[in-house]
Ligand binder design. Structure first.
Ligand code: HEC
Length: 127
């Protein structure tokens, strides 16, 4: 009786630990400069987060789980961010027709491009 009780306790303990470690990591947007974060929150985050209802946007990029990516994937993501901005592909045009206030002005665009370039370079240097 005693023995089975202690095994039971152990199982509960292990389950508890597993549940704890499976808890979602904290949002990592806080590591961004405030001005960058403000632009991303306004124009990108709605589609690019792990709970987004925009399935394709969610698949392509998630800002809230970004820190979980490997270094290589991060570098790739920063490069893609720079590219879509350079080509004015994001935010999508259809979306901007409905929500013109989500558009990026030239300053916002440059801010995001400079930031993603700098982040990618820093990661490459650190490898
Ligand atoms: C209305 C939803 C929406 C918004 C807002 C949005 N995106 Fe996207 N994004 C998507 C979708 C959908 C895809 C995947 C399909 C595609 O590539 O067009 C995507 C793909 C991407 C990709 C991957 C491109 C590739 O070549 O694979 C990047 C990088 C990206 N978005 C960055 C951004 C940035 C930066 C912003 C803000 C300036 C932004 N997105 C705003 C929906 C959105």
């Amino acid at each position: 009786m005693k023995k089975s009780l202690s095994i039971f306790t152990l199982v509960i303990l292990v389950l508890g630990l597993v549940a704890l470690s499976a808890k979602k990591p904290a949002k990592t947007n806080s590591s961004m400069p405030d001005d960058v974060k403000a632009v991303i929150d306004n124009s990108c985050y709605g589609c690019h987060n792990s709970e987004s209802r925009n399935e394709d946007g969610k698949k392509a990029l998630q800002f809230d789980t970004f820190e979980e990516l490997t270094t290589i994937k991060k570098i790739h993501a920063y490069k893609e961010i720079e590219e879509v901005l350079d080509e004015s592909e994001m935010p999508p045009k259809k979306f901007l027709e409905r929500f013109p206030d989500k558009a990026l002005n030239e300053d916002d665009k440059k801010l995001l491009m400079d930031w993603s370039k700098k982040e990618a370079e820093a990661l490459v240097k650190g490898m």
